[in-house]
Design a protein around this ligand. Structure first.
Ligand code: FAD
Length: 325
């Protein structure tokens, strides 16, 4: 029996988020020959996104364009999705473990009477069995899980599953769906005010340069911003830095902040409290810059530079600028 795997595309400012391609890769791993992989994109001005996605191995791409979908609104997005589900009839849904994905997934699962698994970091198929791995206890343990049956809904943690590659072959068929929102939407998003201006999304960045209370002021973040820019990375922070008012809480990484799993995490003036480690300890390589050789972060880090961050960080920026130019 052939199955339909559906990915829900997450995009921001006219660009597909990397996690969408990671969700597609997860769908490819789950699927067998003869299965369909479809994508659904919602929003406004989706033409270029559809073109970009059409280069990937998908059977079809469903576009739902409407002004009420310009900004994320759970009620509008769900009613648009449920309309297209009547055509697509997904057996399984993959979506990024982003703010939008975390919000939508349980409602989709409820609608489809599906099982749900969140924050999946890897997926393997062996015969009929599809096995998912997800972290527990802030990354101190992992569990491997299977669904008893279809349908199911999975959210995929950014930066863990490799992104799908463009197929360069046959283009996916683009299907436009008309959406008429009910006039009774209980809430309407009028505007979205972004609190961070970084070019790279923190949860999807390959390199994160993070500052703690050791940066000492809002201006103290400037050398970190320069290093992140040279490395095409994003700036993060400890709660200590946020509480001190050096940066916005949107940058907070940790138990009560964002979870990141970049290739390289550079912790500058961060002590390494357990609540901070909960948000970054799964990073592939951790580099600590701290003037205290006894700081707990030094034990977690793969590489440590014991020194004053205000001397070390500009030197790193200068070196990387020379090497990368
Ligand atoms: C319920 C709860 C939830 C929490 N959630 C989070 C969370 O999500 N994220 C989080 O980060 N924290 C969280 N915390 C707070 C956490 O316990 C720590 O207080 C916080 O992480 C400390 O931030 P910090 O490392 O920046 O500051 P500090 O612990 O003060 O460390 C500052 C570090 O900077 C170093 N330093 C100082 N000056 C320099 C310099 N010039 N050059 C180099 N190094 C220097 C010092 O040696 C020190 O190691 C939570 C706490 C609780 C109770």
């Amino acid at each position: 029996m052939s199955r339909t795997y559906t990915i829900i595309a997450d995009h921001r400012e006219g660009t597909l988020r990397q996690v969408t391609l990671e969700a597609l890769q997860a769908a490819q791993i789950a699927s067998l020959e003869g299965d369909r992989i479809t994508a659904i994109i919602m929003g406004t001005q989706l033409e270029s996104l559809a073109e970009e996605l059409a280069a990937y191995p998908l059977s079809d791409i469903h576009l739902i364009e409407h002004d009420s979908l310009q900004h994320y609104n759970a009620e509008a997005y769900l009613s648009a999705l449920f309309g297209v589900f009547d055509t697509v009839r997904p057996d399984a849904v993959f979506i990024g473990h982003t703010a939008v994905g975390r919000d939508l997934a349980p409602a989709i699962a409820a609608r489809l009477h599906a099982g749900q698994m969140s924050d999946v970091t890897s997926i393997e198929r062996s015969g009929a069995k599809i096995m998912f791995t997800r972290p527990l206890h802030a990354g101190k343990a992992f569990e491997k899980k299977v669904f008893a049956d279809f349908p199911w809904v999975v959210t995929v943690r950014p930066n863990n599953i490799p992104a799908a590659q463009a197929s360069g072959g046959q283009q996916a068929q683009v299907v436009r769906t008309t959406y008429s929102p009910t006039p009774s939407l209980r809430s309407v998003v009028k505007d979205v005010v972004l609190k961070t201006s970084g070019k790279v999304d923190l949860t999807e960045a390959k390199i994160v340069v993070s500052g703690g209370r050791g940066v000492k002021s809002a201006d103290g973040f400037k050398p970190l911003e320069e290093l992140a820019e040279v490395l095409n990375g994003a700036v993060g922070a400890s709660r200590g830095a946020c509480d001190a008012g050096y940066c916005d809480y949107a940058l907070q990484i940790g138990q009560t902040g964002k979870v990141v799993t970049p290739e390289i995490y550079i912790a500058c003036g961060i002590s390494g409290a357990i609540q901070h480690l909960a948000g970054m300890s799964q990073s592939r390589i951790i580099i600590a810059i701290n003037k205290d050789p006894e700081a707990p972060i030094i034990k977690t880090a793969d590489y440590s530079i014991v020194g004053d961050l205000f001397q070390v960080v500009p030197l790193l920026t200068q070196e990387f600028r020379n090497v990368l130019k």
